[in-house]
Design a protein around this ligand. Structure first.
Ligand code: GBH
Length: 438
């Protein structure tokens, strides 16, 4: 059964940040620091999904999707990130999962979509190797309670983006600006993934995946310099996170002046490379890369983003390149061969400046074109021999778009944040027909 789904993440939709004993996450802290989020927005209320979840499940059921990818808020389960379990917070996911099962929607639970318990950040967050063990402890707790009803588990969401935006550039929580010194957070997240896989297997958790954000890398020209820069970028963005999982070895990082990742200890790669039941891929756009104008000095990046022109763009300014998804999927197959497990596109979507017209209709034709093109790209990849088993639209609802606050709308369903009124957009109705026509 091909999985058609929508995807969300806890901090982006739930709100209710102090309800039922939830602890503080790094996103609560970060969003409340002045100047961090556009217009000072926070996820304190977001889509109020913590209270409106049943209405939201009805929206999915009416849409006709057969799967839902959501994330579990770690500080709801363990307010301090370790030890004591908060049963009241767990109850929310328990009810959600029951309702999904009743409606024939396969729950796909992500354990970590960036909302680390603040108590763990206070001990170094992902710079601290111990956080990997804490993720496994939490994974075991959740799986023990939900594995009987949740057949699909995703350990981490986009460890690359969490490393770069969270620890290298500071645009996301926890707001650190460590540049290349953020690299240990890649290894610690991947180790956490591997240890969480062990915990999930011990709890008989069914299918286990990781979700990586991947991008096809286009060299800005055929020059040797640009080709080398593009290869360096591909290594950092894609291979640093896919290679250890699928091949058991880190790629050559010498373009970054890194001989070997210091954080790696004996035995870690065996833990990281345990077999998976699938690879989750989030795709938004390709990246065009050039060599820097002057050769990089120590600690400087060996590439520059050259930008992509000649394509439509989303409200975010991201280029719309549906064929990039086909290129990415066939490229993964070519690179990893039979080591590539079945692939699930766990996120794909676009932001548009959607507002209801006078008739109340949100006529988001650009999103329809976006989804149509990308679903076509998945079909093309399947025709070229890639085993793709699912496609999840980001996102069900307009929601808290991280550093952009509520200023970027990715939903199939419009949310009026003043009233919490949900209005299915034209793309929602289009997708329902599209899925029904399968
Ligand atoms: C995902 O991250 C997240 O998992 C999700 O929570 C989030 O809401 C969603 O996407 C939408 O942002 O500068 O033109 O090359 C996506 C990570 C990072 C993908 C920035 C696109 C750059 C576009 N994104 N990236 S561009």
């Amino acid at each position: 059964m091909f999985l058609w789904g929508t995807a969300t993440a806890s901090y982006q939709i739930e709100g209710a940040v102090t309800e039922d004993g939830r602890g503080t996450s790094i996103w609560d802290t970060f969003a409340h620091e002045p100047g961090r989020i556009r217009d000072g927005h926070t996820g304190d209320v977001a889509c109020d999904h913590y209270r409106r979840w049943s209405e939201d499940v009805t929206l999915m059921s009416d849409l006709g999707v057969n799967s839902y990818r959501f994330s579990i808020s770690w500080p709801r389960i363990q307010p301090e990130g370790t030890g004591k379990v908060n049963e009241a917070g767990f109850g929310f996911y328990d009810r959600l999962v029951d309702e999904l099962c009743e409606r024939g929607i396969v729950p796909a639970a992500t354990l970590f979509h960036w909302d680390l318990p603040q108590a763990l950040e206070d001990k170094g967050g992902w710079l601290n190797r111990d956080t990997a063990h804490r993720l496994a402890e939490y994974a075991g707790i959740v799986a023990e309670r939900l594995a009987d009803r949740v057949p699909m588990w995703i350990t981490l969401n986009e460890p690359f983006i969490h490393m770069v935006f969270g620890y290298a550039l500071g645009a996301h929580a926890p707001g650190r600006t460590l540049f290349l010194d953020a690299l240990p957070t890649a290894h610690h997240q991947l180790l956490g993934h591997g240890l969480a896989v062990q915990a999930l297997r011990a709890a008989r958790a069914g299918q286990v995946l990781i979700t990586n954000n991947c991008t096809p890398v286009w060299p800005a020209s055929g020059s040797a310099e640009d080709l080398r820069a593009a290869d360096a970028y591909d290594t950092l963005h894609n291979r640093l996170f896919n290679d250890p999982i699928l091949t058991g070895a880190y790629p050559d990082m010498s373009a970054y002046g890194v001989a070997a990742l210091d954080a790696v200890q004996d035995g870690d790669l065996e833990i990281i490379a345990q077999p998976l039941d699938g690879l989750g891929i989030n795709y938004y756009n390709p990246t065009r890369i050039a060599a820097p104008a002057t050769p990089p000095g120590p600690g400087e990046l060996p590439f520059e983003d050259a930008g992509i022109t000649g394509y439509p763009t989303t409200a975010f300014g991201w280029p719309v390149v549906p064929d990039g998804l086909r290129e990415l999927l066939t490229g993964l197959r070519a690179r990893y061969g039979d080591a590539l497990p079945p692939v699930y596109v766990t996120e794909n979507g676009c932001s548009q400046p959607d507002e209801p017209g006078p008739d109340g209709v949100v006529d988001d034709q650009a999103r329809i074109a976006f989804l149509d093109g990308h679903i076509g790209a998945v079909r093309a990849a399947v025709a070229e021999g890639v085993d793709v088993r699912g496609y999840y639209v980001w996102s069900l609802l307009d929601n808290f778009e991280w550093a952009e606050g509520f200023n970027q709308r990715f939903g199939l369903v419009h949310v009026d944040f003043a009233t919490q009124k949900r209005t299915p957009k034209a793309s929602y109705h289009w997708l329902r027909e599209r899925i029904a026509a399968q």
